[in-house]
Design a protein around this ligand. Structure first.
Ligand code: MRU
Length: 358
């Protein structure tokens, strides 16, 4: 399956070329494919802040390359450039404060920086570290795809529909996707007839990104309003809901794009299995459970925009970006270190002690 996934690859959103970072601007998709060339750290921070690059793993990888760009500029300035780089770590960290993959990637770059010890070519070492973070995300995607496909095969066999939410594909990662990587793999293995993609209001990652990605690879995709999900589970032969995770707490609670929680509730009611696919870097052991996950509120602009006209009525809007799915609604979490069925604190702790499977 690995070779066939590699051969089918059509979408890439992050490229490091000739010492610059190129990001496919996700705000313009699917209507235009515009690339942002980042040659300085400020451009990377802005791309993260503005949503030009999105998806937790993609944000982490971009930030790692951002540190390479920053180091190049700081070293050219001379003096204590290691110390000066702290401001760039802060700039990137502040661009996505709730994204644990971002903090994880920055910490890994900081650790490598701390171990340079008068290395003759420090910039080359940092560049190699960022490339390794990128490559290991691609490898993790492939491992998770295989594990997820094995689970689907074990539980149901062929001919089924899968429902997904938000965008967790090539656009959101360094490779093939987390949840969407599993879905791609399952399609390649002939185990999926159709993918239902929630439009994912209010930012519409489903209609703008997931439908575009799947259609580009010729995978049958049906776009649906988020509010149609329960009806689809009841009437369209959905056997799995497969989603990604923004962050996973120590007890297995999963924070993900707003709308994920209601899918898990509906899946439980309809006997549909619920799979979360995320690299272990999304697991945050400092959060005992999902209660402390910071749920940022968006401005509500998308909700107030009704057919291009702004709703002026005196109404308040409630526009959270994420929600938390309790662990007891989750059948399985798939990571590159292995799977956890019926997640709980002990199983998550055990998984974190394991090595990667590849
Ligand atoms: O706001 P977004 O589009 O970055 O939200 C993305 C999600 O919620 C994803 O499910 C998560 O980051 C995992 S992407 C592989």
């Amino acid at each position: 399956m690995r070779d066939r996934l590699l051969a089918a690859e059509k979408v890439k959103a992050i490229e490091w070329r000739d010492g610059a970072l190129y990001l496919l601007d996700q705000r313009d998709l699917p209507f235009e494919e515009n690339w942002i060339a980042c040659t300085h750290v400020a451009a990377v921070a802005e791309a993260i802040r503005s949503g030009a690059v999105r998806g937790a793993p993609a944000i982490g990888i971009s930030a790692a390359y951002g540190i390479v760009l920053a180091a190049r500029d700081r070293e050219a300035e001379g003096g204590d450039w290691h110390g000066a780089l702290e401001a760039d770590f802060a700039l990137l960290g502040d661009a996505g404060p709730a994204v644990v993959d971002l903090a994880w990637a920055l910490e890994r770059m900081r650790d490598r920086l701390g171990r340079l010890k008068g290395h003759a070519e420090p910039l080359a070492v940092l560049e190699a570290e960022a490339l390794a973070i990128h490559e290991s995300d691609r490898e993790a995607n492939l491992t998770m795809a295989q594990l997820g496909v094995d689970l689907i095969r074990k539980h149901q066999g062929n001919a089924q529909a899968i429902l997904t939410h938000c965008n967790t594909g090539a656009l959101a990662t360094g490779g093939f996707g987390t949840a969407l990587g599993v879905i791609r793999g399952a399609y390649i293995e002939g185990m999926v007839e159709r993918v239902y993609a929630d439009e994912t209001r209010p930012w519409l990652q489903g209609s703008r990104l997931t439908a575009w990605e799947l259609a580009k690879e010729g995978i049958p995709v049906t776009l649906n309003a988020d509010s149609a999900a329960a009806h689809i589970m009841k009437t369209k032969g959905v056997t799995w809901v497969v989603v990604g995770a923004e962050r996973i707490a120590a007890n297995g609670d999963v924070a993900n794009k707003i709308g994920t929680y209601q899918l898990a509730v509906c899946a439980m009611h309809h006997g549909v299995r619920f799979m979360v696919v995320a690299p272990s870097s999304a697991i945050d052991l400092s959060l005992a459970n999902g209660d402390d996950f910071p749920i940022e509120e968006q401005g509500g602009e998308a909700l107030l925009d009704v057919g291009g006209k702004r709703l002026d009525a005196a109404v308040d809007v409630f526009d959270p970006g994420f929600d938390v799915t309790p662990a007891d609604l989750i059948d399985v979490i798939v990571t590159e270190k292995g799977i956890i069925e019926r997640p709980d604190t002990a199983k998550i702790a055990q998984l974190m002690c394991r090595k990667r499977l590849h």
